[in-house]
Design a protein around this ligand. Sequence first.
Ligand code: KG4
Ligand code: ZN
Length: 348
Amino acid sequence: MRILAIESTCDETGVAVVEKFGKGVKVLTNVVASSMDIHTKYGGVVPEVAAREQIKSIIPVITEAIKEIDKIDAIAVASGPGLMGSLLIGVETAKALAWAWNKPLIAVNHMVAHVMANWLLDDRSQITDHRWPVPEFPAVGLVVSGGHTDFIYMKDMENWNWIGGTRDDAVGEAFDKVARLLGLPYPGGPEIDKSSQRADEKEWKEFAKKNKLPRPLINDPSLDMSFSGLKAAVARMTQDYRSQISDPKFKGLVAREFTEAVSEVLVSKLARAIEKYQPKSVILAGGVAANSRLRERLRIAVEQLGISFFVPELKYCGDNAAMVGAAALMRPTTVDLSLTPDPGLGVV
Ligand code: KG4
Ligand code: ZN
């Protein structure tokens, strides 16, 4: 079964061709066009601009993705959650292809797709290793993206339940807002990551003694999280240190302390989820899963408990179509040509 998958939920236009391989999913081609450079000028994604760029790039991206592909068995598309104008482009294109090529159409939830990125075979597997490990069930998933911060309990491939999440801002949103407070460009997550890596360990520890940021709800036994207060605390900090705000060293220290606060909360909540649900694997997913410090801290915490830890390769953490293809192969939901986008904040 070979699938052509389309991802157009936000600012990216992604098309991939994937097929099943062993217990995982092999990526034959994966093409992404992003309009991020334009949005950076505005400090955030402008929905209308994103959709206009997607109209321009969808056909060239498909053409590129299928250049050397001789056979497609089905078309998959992320039909939500996301921006309505952007979703329409992917969904209508997928419907047109399914109709013209007379192939089945598979609708995929974008958040499910993020999780399923963990079934994509790492390029290092050399595509010859049928034993490449994939997550085992039951599993606990932690999805951290621009719009979501959710814990999911996965009994098996079909039965998934939402077991906790943020009460307010998503982690990615907090990264982006803190970056803005520090005068770093959009999208802020990668900028905070780079800036925090530049902070000297000793200097950060000294800085944190006087300027420790809150670790919201860390002692609360539930899997609830909250990141808006943390963001407000950074806003106060930048006010208190107004004169240093343009100093890259200061930015690095704040970025590091913020990353540490977020990581500590997620490590602690994940430990609670593991204790309660006793999973065989833990799966990290979503754009924020690209954060170097967070990946490392969560991996150490999970592996210390003797549980296998999965996180996608960096290029499959952010939005991409290969993950949509993986979801379509592993959890197929065939739909008819009356499919319409579902932009709502639907959780897995
Ligand atoms: O999953 P994603 O690409 O899109 C959504 O579905 O939301 O996630 C985007 C989010 C943005 O908030 C971005 O700043 C954040 O992921 N992000 C990061 C990093 N790379 C992307 N956050 C922290 N560290 C990173 N390295
Ligand atoms: Zn996403």
